[in-house]
Design a protein around this ligand. Structure first.
Ligand SMILES: Cc1cc2nc3c(=O)[nH]c(=O)nc-3n(C[C@H](O)[C@H](O)[C@H](O)COP(=O)(O)OP(=O)(O)OC[C@H]3O[C@@H](n4cnc5c(N)ncnc54)[C@H](O)[C@@H]3O)c2cc1C
Length: 438
């Protein structure tokens, strides 16, 4: 064998993992199928770390934004993606946006020039049986490898569609208007938060759904049938005025405490993380444009001031049910020679994918040295995201997730909301420094 580790996929995660391992002194074989005539439906070039859509890495504010904090943590750990992002930065206010071609060329150049990295243009069709490997083939993993992953993880453990419902921060819900109750008072009674709509409010909401601006399907998505279980709400709304009232907005078994009666319609939110800081709007997967989602969902009584940890969306997306399949260092429990990294683990976004690639690279490097690297503390952005992927998230309803403060352990005690983000980031910086020192 001419390499210490095989990385499959030269996107955001695979490129970062390769860099971390090579910098640690290990020989890397990096397989990328683009450049052989193969292409994913969203990529356009043969460049490594190609950005398939927006050119933004989102907020670069490390004091009050979770993704900005993740940028800072990645810089502290020598990230190639952040280094090239900083070099190829274009003006975008407090966001970090990049010249996409310059960025991709910078990453490709750095990896090509590294003496420990061999880039092989090839499509890999099966999971390696032996030798350390990192699978970083992303949301558009080529079909034969996806089938091989499906066989190794259990066919139903590999999701092919990303039907995302919006997620709301608990502390932005008006609990004077909304109330806790499970339908027919089943369960603990605190499993759902309910928001009641009158007939007029429901009709206005219905019209908003029909008239709202929708994201167009890409050519390759058009033939993708909806699963009935993940039908976008606007598609349901088009089927008739009352379709939603018999679907995700059904009011039966829910008593509005203000009237003691079932309302005309109800929007339900279900707890989305163990800390209870995030709540998803049940059945509200949607292709409405983000601005229209925010505007329309804030017309729901109780959600007037809702802050969203994630907005809804629907596109093809291959990801594994990581919380039950991966160990805390991203190894596949049933085949521990294999790690997963990037969006295929169920994180969402360029930066999150690269961050998980960075961690996979560092965990693998430690293993090659015969050491064990403790996962970063959950108080850090790295740790909060990793913990979500490898354990904290509910496996049965697992969906791709951006980094956000709802994934962090809550700040204890009474705090002013305005101070809280700063407290999260101060605490994270201290925790990262301790972890690095150890
Ligand atoms: C349509 C679309 C739009 C998106 N828009 C955004 C956005 O605007 N902002 C954002 O932050 N995130 C966006 N994302 C999410 C984005 O895909 C991820 O954030 C990021 O690119 C994932 O990084 P990754 O390294 O996991 O996968 P990728 O960057 O996709 O890299 C995976 C690599 O693996 C290669 N590959 C696949 N199968 C094989 C195989 N069998 N053998 C060898 N190589 C293989 C692919 O060619 C690719 O280069 C979007 C995703 C999609 C699908």
């Amino acid at each position: 064998m001419t390499h210490d580790i095989h990385i499959i996929g030269g996107g955001l995660a695979g490129s970062e993992a390769a860099w971390q391992l090579a910098e640690a002194g290990f020989k890397v074989r990096l397989s990328e199928m683009r450049g052989t005539g193969e292409m994913t439906p969203a990529h356009h070039t043969d460049g490594l770390a190609e950005l398939v859509c927006s050119n933004s890495f989102r907020s670069d504010d490390a004091t009050s934004n979770a993704v900005g904090l993740l940028h800072a943590e990645m810089r502290a750990l020598g990230s190639l993606i952040l280094r090239e992002g900083d070099i190829h930065r274009v003006p975008a206010g407090s966001a970090l946006a990049v010249d996409r071609d310059g960025f991709s060329a910078g990453v490709t150049g750095a990896l090509t020039a590294h003496p420990n990295i061999t880039i092989v243009r090839e499509r890999v069709d099966t999971l390696p049986d032996n030798g350390l490997a990192i699978i970083a083939t992303g949301p558009l993993t080529a079909a034969p490898l996806a089938a091989s992953i499906g066989a190794a993880t259990g066919a139903d453990a590999l999701a092919f569609f990303d039907a995302i419902a919006p997620i709301v921060y608990f502390d932005s819900i008006d609990m004077e208007t909304a109330w806790f109750q499970s339908r027919w008072n089943k369960g603990e009674g605190k499993d759902y938060i309910n928001c009641a709509l009158s007939k007029e409010e429901y009709l206005a909401f219905h019209t908003g759904l029909i008239e709202g601006e929708k994201t167009e399907f890409k050519e390759w998505e058009r033939d993708t049938p909806y699963f009935e279980g993940c039908m976008p709400i606007e598609v349901m709304a088009e089927r008739g005025f009352d379709t939603l009232r018999f679907g995700p907005m059904k009011p039966v078994g829910l008593d509005d405490p203000r009237t003691g009666r079932w309302p005309h319609a109800v929007v339900q939110l279900r707890q989305d993380n163990a800390q209870g800081t995030l709540w998803n709007i049940v059945g509200f997967q949607t292709k409405l444009k983000h601005a229209d989602q925010v505007r329309l969902f804030r017309t729901i009584p109780g959600l007037e001031k809702a802050e969203f940890a994630r907005l809804g969306g629907l596109h093809r997306n291959t990801f594994i049910r990581s919380p039950e399949l991966l160990d805390p260092t991203l190894r596949l429990k049933s085949k521990p020679n294999i790690r997963f990294a990037g969006q295929i683990t169920g994180c969402e976004g360029y930066i999150e994918s690269a961050a998980i690639g960075l961690l996979a690279g560092r965990f693998a490097a430690a293993e090659l040295r015969g050491e064990t690297l403790a996962p970063p503390p959950v108080e850090t952005a790295f740790g909060a995201l990793l913990h979500h992927i490898t354990g904290a998230a509910e496996a049965a309803t697992y969906q791709p997730m951006n980094v956000n403060f709802g994934l962090f352990p809550p700040i204890e005690g009474r705090t002013k909301k305005a101070d809280r983000k700063r407290m999260y980031t101060d605490r994270a910086r201290a925790a990262l420094a301790q972890w690095l020192a150890a």
